[in-house]
Design a protein around this ligand. Sequence first.
Ligand code: SF4
Ligand code: SF4
Length: 324
Amino acid sequence: MNDKQLQDFVSYLIKNRHNVFSHTDDDGEISIKKISSGKDFVLCPKRPLYSFKKFFLPPCQKMMEFSGDTTTLNRSPNVKIVLLGLHFYDLKALTLINQVYNKDPHFQKKLRNAIVIGQSPVPAELEDYQKFEKEVLEHLKFDIFLEAKSHDKQKSFRIFTGSEDGQRLLDGFGYRDYENIEYVGPVPKKGLGPINSMLIEKVKKSCGSKIWKELSKKCTDCGKCTIVCPTCFCFKIKDEIKKDEIVRSREWDSCFYEEFSEIAGGHKFLDSTEKRIYNYYDHKFVRIPEEYEMPGCVSCGRCTEVCPAGIDLRENLKRILEEN
Ligand code: SF4
Ligand code: SF4
């Protein structure tokens, strides 16, 4: 598919689905916005600071209402959306969250109503990335994937489909030069691989070591890293008492907030910054991999970019590997 065809395809999606969200580039600031023309779509070499997480797990979501003896589950309307241009990390994050929220009807409904279109990095960056061949794509959740062909003067793309919805859309547009990839589940045959397996042991061993005390002196517990992280999925339950009813919602939470681990009676399991920052790494590099056989971090770098204290996840992992 060439550039012009891609633009026409995006216009076709807008005409048929109406709600198309894509990266937009406002003087170098990449954000995700609803677009109204194929021309508004930009392929971004850089991922946006905020991921597509909010489309599947909104920051605040009404779950149910209680009134007298009646409980009413919130049935949000079926709004069909197209999410265009998810980077590789965000597809990996979506695949992980789909495992975690496998039985959650709210998440699953949003996933069913979304057409997810992923993109490989544009050619200028391509050598830094692995090839998006079948063995990578078959473990990712997506409907359509655009692989930028390297070394092309004119932009062109190899097109993959990952679902019948994706195929139907391309067929409807009249484009059939695509390769279908069947989703075979999130975990590759090789499992976690040597580095992630080593990290499980090393992070466990680092519990109580000086790195966490040092980091706790810098960390301000602001929680920004958890907000931008595409794999952070923790929430709190909020009950709002109205005149005749109680509305129950779930809201994003952060394990860096003091009250996150508080239980009845006021006990807090994570009662210091040192424990909280270790918990963040333990969850991503020990508990999630052990439970789901997938890394809990997709290496997007957002947490490092946003941290006001200059805490660098990569540097810390390097140190943990060297010192333990
Ligand atoms: S690099 Fe940071 S923000 Fe990105 S997935 Fe890993 S922990 Fe989350
Ligand atoms: S963004 Fe940085 S300072 Fe804020 S909670 Fe995360 S690690 Fe701590």
